[in-house]
Ligand binder design. Structure first.
Ligand code: AKG
Length: 284
């Protein structure tokens, strides 16, 4: 049974983020960190990462540098048995289901954030995750797992409390700002909110094995490491789809080869089991 308590459910609903302490054992942390290192090293050498299992159509694994000492790995779930085992066998899906109230939960995608050094470019810019999601629904959170201890000087995650209740989403800092779509607001407005003197910014230190659940509309980012840190900070984030989620791509959504034009993906319908198997169901 995952370490979810009513206080976590209440905080997630009210503020759009909660921390579940000790959610993942030392064994899971070690296995995930070793998998991160294997994927990181292979991608840095320019090697492809062939799948060792299937999670349905997803973009291929990729490595993106974010400043000096910052690296993002994307879409590595199918490339390492440790990730797949964690996704299917650890308490991850249950934590997502119990915190969101979903009747069932499917895996969607993953990203890993590695930071070493205090280059400001390694900080994650403020954004909300739904800005590029091709789905709609309340139950598409991100489960952020600390794989190293993350204290206040070690690039902690930051959130704007209550932004999960916004009736709109914002443009991604990385997407086109010149496309005006209903339901989206400019990224500059998001920045103005977090920079306002009364912004209710929360700082989320975490121990290795703790996780944060972040609502898809919660505005969040991270600090860089404080000057002088010599250790590294690693977080493994997975995105999930609950039972209220339907396919709703638009011009600002991420496109996924083999998925975006798949005939089984019907606008307004839930993702099909054939492409997004159910990983966890709420007890009857
Ligand atoms: O860990 C980080 O630096 C950022 C994580 C994040 O923004 C995300 O998972 O959406």
């Amino acid at each position: 049974m995952a370490a979810v308590e009513p206080r976590h459910v209440a905080q997630y609903a009210a503020e759009g983020c909660t921390r579940v302490e000790g959610a993942f054992s030392t064994l899971w942390v070690e296995r995930l960190l070793a998998a991160v290192d294997r994927c990181h090293e292979a991608l840095a050498r320019g090697e492809p990462l062939p799948p060792v299992g299937s999670v349905g159509p997803r973009n291929p694994p990729s490595l993106h540098r974010t400043g000096k000492g910052g690296v993002q790995l994307r879409n590595c779930m199918a490339a390492d048995r440790a990730f797949l085992d964690w996704m299917r066998e650890s308490p991850a899906a249950e934590i997502v289901g119990r915190l969101t109230g979903a009747a069932h939960v499917r895996f969607w995608m993953d990203a890993t954030f590695v930071k070493e050094g205090s280059d400001p470019e390694t900080a994650t810019p403020w954004h909300n995750d739904v800005c590029t999601f091709p789905f709609t629904g309340e139950q598409q959170p991100s489960l952020w797992v600390a794989l190293t201890d993350v204290d206040e000087d070690n690039a902690p995650l930051l959130t704007l409390a209550g932004s999960n209740r916004d009736p709109f989403r914002y443009h991604s800092p990385l997407s086109r700002q010149d496309v005006a779509l209903p339901g989206y607001r400019p990224w500059a407005e998001l920045l103005a909110r977090v920079e306002a003197p009364d912004a209710d910014i929360r700082v989320w230190p975490a121990r290795a094995g703790d996780c944060l659940l972040i609502h898809p509309r919660t505005i969040h980012g991270s600090r860089a490491q404080a000057p002088g840190r010599t250790d590294r900070r690693v977080a493994f984030t997975t995105r999930w789809l609950g039972s209220d989620v339907v396919w709703a791509p638009d011009a600002l959504s991420v496109t996924v080869a083999g998925l975006s034009d798949h005939p089984a993906m019907q606008v307004g319908a839930p993702p099909p089991d054939s492409l997004f198997p159910i990983v966890w169901r709420a007890p009857a």
